[in-house]
Design a protein around this ligand. Structure first.
Ligand code: ACO
Length: 322
């Protein structure tokens, strides 16, 4: 039996910080409203595009793994904010890494994208089809934000996180996952006027922006992530006390706290960094996992659970043996 060990991790969080106080200087909002409703204090805004952020995170992950870019068989970039649709963002990442060898694919499952990508790459390694993969979640949400709409503008940030996966004999990496999608609710969260649904000839063109029904997503997120996590825990025969760290998608602190209490986990079992970065969609999970390792919250052999939800409405959970 072959497994897919996570041997390298990296992140890129843009240096420019936009605080709640900064936002309140140009829109009708306040630190009090944003902090109490979401837990976010500041977010990062990138002046470089999604592929460049992804490549920086990828380089760090490769260096930590001690793997050359030339030896990677597959690059998956989970993103809903691609630089271009054709060619894909992953091919640009490959180019920036200075290699030509790997398969390159973008994966579009919004905030659940990284878990989908991790499962995909893990399955290919475990099936013996490839040996090494670079899995990245990267988003430039700020490019899509309509800064005139306070309901959405305060929530998002930019960044990238990356993991190197390598074939291994010992039981480690992503061992169990449950992914799904509730398409009946696909209309409650979307980026408008980006794709063949848009009327190209409308004059003036419709706005390109993030639209959603916040309270409805909130309820479905808690339900979806909770159910997926419980399923994975039951399949893997894990109890709450077996989990060393839960690394949830960082969309809203209150969603994370509700999930944490549903799963009966203590504060020290739950990774939270939404206060610093906001919602970076597919990048929240790899950034949070990378940061947890850097902070010594994760060590070899630990049991990690991750859970996410996003547009689609996609949802999922995964059990990782570190
Ligand atoms: N500053 C001040 N007031 C605001 C702001 C703001 N930035 N945004 C909205 N408001 C106002 C609204 O106009 C509304 O005012 P009204 O009652 O006078 O009409 C009021 O605040 C709404 O407040 P609440 O209903 O209490 O807001 P709620 O507690 O539902 O929080 C939020 C809203 C944060 C969006 C929440 O519903 C949420 O987090 N939902 C799920 C997460 C989510 O949707 N994430 C987006 C993407 S999901 C993903 O990760 C892909």
């Amino acid at each position: 039996m072959q497994y897919a060990d996570i041997t390298g991790w990296g992140k890129y969080t843009p240096p420019a910080k936009l605080s709640n106080e900064d936002l309140a200087t140009f829109m009708d909002t306040s630190d009090e409203w944003i902090s109490s409703r979401t837990g976010i204090k500041e977010r990062r805004i990138s002046h470089i595009n999604t592929a460049h952020m992804a490549a920086l995170a990828g380089k760090q992950a490769l260096a930590r793994a001690g793997v050359e870019a030339d030896d990677i068989d597959l690059i998956i970039v989970a993103t809903c904010t691609p630089d271009t649709l054709v060619p894909n963002t992953a091919s640009k990442v490959q180019n920036l890494l200075g290699t030509n060898n790997s398969a390159c694919v973008d994966l579009s499952s919004a905030c659940t994208g990284f878990l989908y990508a991790l499962q995909n790459a893990t399955a290919q390694i475990r099936a013996g089809m490839i040996n090494k993969a670079l899995v990245i979640g990267a988003e430039r949400m700020s490019w899509f934000v309509n800064w005139g709409v306070r309901d959405t503008a305060v929530l998002f940030g930019d960044g990238a996180g990356a993991m190197v996966l390598e074939a291994a004999d010992n039981k480690c990496g992503l061992l169990e996952a449950k992914l799904g999608c509730d398409s009946s609710a696909r209309d409650i969260l979307n980026i408008t006027n980006f794709g063949t649904d848009m009327d190209r000839y409308e004059n003036p063109p419709g706005p390109l922006q993030i639209d959603f029904l916040g309270p409805e997503i909130f309820k479905r997120a808690v339900r979806g992530m909770g159910k997926a996590t419980e399923t994975v825990m039951s399949n893997a025969n894990l109890k709450a006390e077996d989990i060393d760290l839960l690394v949830p998608h960082q969309a809203n602190l209150r969603i994370i706290e509700t999930l944490q209490s549903k799963l009966k986990l203590k504060d020290e079992q739950c990774m939270v960094n939404i206060q610093k970065y906001g919602n970076t969609s597919a990048a929240t999970v790899p950034i949070a996992l990378c940061e947890a390792v850097e902070q010594g919250k994760v060590k070899a052999g630990d049991t990690i659970m991750s859970a996410a939800f996003g547009a689609g409405l996609t949802w999922g959970a995964g059990y990782i043996k570190w």
